[in-house]
Design a protein around this ligand. Structure first.
Ligand code: GSH
Length: 219
């Protein structure tokens, strides 16, 4: 079984690990799967060959013996469903871990992505200055709720799961904004995720990939 994922030919973040191939790499590392990476340029992402795999012309995608997937959450869930390590065996615990998968992507990630859009794509709009504090408040509200639920626990529901993998991945995007620093429990939670050997391998792999692509002068 050969797994091939796609990643930016050169990530706009220069290898900070924020592109969503990192979460897929992390899931593959947690479950001990080897994989190949096919780099895709921004132009190639919008061409027919890539659109046949990813209807929205984005990365990451996942290919495995004729199966083609897109959406990082679906890919992580697929990996977690087929290999031990990311979802508990017990039916109730498994259902709760899957709930956190959805919570990360559906409830926590959207306001964080709004911030990214507001800062980097809409930063020059006249209304941007007024909108930013509203978005930051929405994020703070979510983080306060998440922090209250996590409490002093190590992970969101018992053992580390796909839900934690995605939640940590989502929260990592907030680090440069400084908002995460207002929530010491979440900072420690994210640090625990980053300290996992599988995350370290995933991060190092995407960094090496981006650095190599950049130094090779590819676009
Ligand atoms: N919901 C999708 C979002 C995918 C996404 O936004 N990918 C970004 C990279 S992290 C991308 O390909 N951006 C380039 C573009 O949209 O043209 C997922 O989780 O996979």
């Amino acid at each position: 079984m050969t797994v091939t994922i796609t990643a930016f030919e050169r990530s706009p973040d220069g290898g900070m690990g924020l592109a969503r191939d990192t979460r897929v790499r992390w899931a593959l590392e947690e479950t001990g799967q080897s994989y190949a990476v096919r780099p895709v340029s921004f132009a190639a992402m919008k061409e027919r060959a890539h659109l046949a795999i990813h209807p929205f012309g984005q990365i990451p995608t996942y290919e495995e013996d004729g199966l083609q997937l897109f959406e990082s959450g679906a890919i992580v869930f697929h990996i977690a469903s087929h290999h031990p390590g990311l979802l508990p065996q017990d039916a109730g615990s498994r259902a709760r871990a899957i709930t956190w998968v959805f919570a990360a992507l559906n409830t926590v990630e959207p306001p964080i992505l709004e911030l990214v859009t507001a800062k980097f794509q809409e930063g020059n709009k006249p209304w941007s200055k007024e909108r930013l504090p509203l978005i930051v408040d929405r994020i703070r509200h979510r983080l306060a709720q998440l922090s209250a639920r996590l409490g002093d626990a190590e992970w969101l529901d018992g053992e580390f799961s796909a839900g934690d993998l995605l939640m940590v991945s989502v929260l990592l995007r907030l680090k440069p904004s400084g908002i995460l620093h207002e929530f010491p429990r979440l900072m420690a939670y994210v640090a625990r995720g980053e300290a996992r050997p599988a995350y370290k391998r995933a991060f190092a792999a995407q960094l090496a990939f981006n650095t190599a692509e950049a130094s090779a002068g590819k676009t």
